[in-house]
Design a protein around this ligand. Structure first.
Ligand code: FE2
Ligand code: FE2
Length: 262
């Protein structure tokens, strides 16, 4: 290796170390008492403006509402409903199925996302059964999200169009691998990130609903539409809290948004 190239590499790696140190210092600023005060002050606001955006269990749709239900239909009725579903699923294009697998696998990694939310200082669910508005939001949100992977997975199994063992192995690997979150303990970064992520999932499931509604299975379109509507409510909740942080602590919020956006 030439001297010049080695020098360039050393300079680059020193710059990376300095950059990493500055980044960690910036993240630590979000663990300062003033930031926690903002979030503590916001808790009654979260109770009034975020929690009402969740649907209680007996009002929310459940996967059984959208798929053949063996107990309700009886053996023959269930068998016929599954044959009908398989026949409709034949119309779903391979390219749409690939996207559906992507959406389903993303939803099925929910344990990773709940762990992520529980790493945010000041808004996490420290005991797993905390009574704070933040903790009840995390658990209520997770309960809603849990239906997404469930309903897609069941539809895919019943459709007979996919090698489910391969899909399930992918989900297994994804959850086992985990996910590194930038600024791992900062609620500010977390809320900004999730606001964008909910928007992304709403668009993705909504597009899938339109696509399979036009060229495939109307029952799958209904499933994807129901998921997209949930994601839209979640986006509204996270966007509200980000807007509130902009109001109360604009400098820290805009830096978190710039970080997540770049
Ligand atoms: Fe979801
Ligand atoms: Fe969501």
């Amino acid at each position: 290796m030439g001297v010049r190239r080695r020098c360039r590499r050393e300079v680059n790696s020193r710059a990376m170390v300095v950059g990493r140190r500055e980044e960690e210092e910036e993240w630590r600023r979000y663990l300062a008492p003033e930031r926690f005060e903002v979030l503590a002050h916001l808790e009654p606001w979260a109770e009034a403006h975020m929690l009402p955006l969740l649907k209680p269990a007996d009002e929310a749709w459940q996967p059984s509402d959208l798929l053949p239900d063996a107990a309700a239909l009886g053996a023959d009725g269930f068998h016929q409903a599954c044959l009908d579903l398989r026949a409709r699923a034949e119309g779903v294009l391979d390219a749409q199925l690939v996207c559906l697998v992507g959406n389903m696998v993303t939803e099925e990694a929910l344990p990773t996302y709940q762990s992520m939310s529980n790493r945010f200082e000041a808004t996490r669910d420290a005991t797993g059964a905390d009574g704070t508005a933040w903790a009840r939001w995390i658990r209520g949100w997770s309960a809603e999200e849990n239906r997404h992977g469930d309903v897609l997975s069941r539809y895919m199994s019943l459709s007979g169009r996919l090698d489910m063992r391969q899909v399930e192995r992918t989900v297994h690997r994804l959850i086992a691998s985990g996910m590194a979150m930038h600024a791992p303990a900062s609620s500010y970064h977390g809320f900004v990130y999730v606001a964008f992520q909910e928007r992304a999932t709403s668009i993705s499931h909504g597009n899938m609903a339109r696509q399979v509604g036009a060229h495939g299975d109307a029952s799958l379109a209904r499933i994807c539409g129901a998921i997209a509507a949930d994601e839209k409510r979640h986006e509204a909740a996270y966007s509200r809290v980000v807007a509130k942080l902009f109001e109360l602590d604009p400098d820290a919020t805009v830096r978190a948004m710039a970080y997540i956006g770049t």
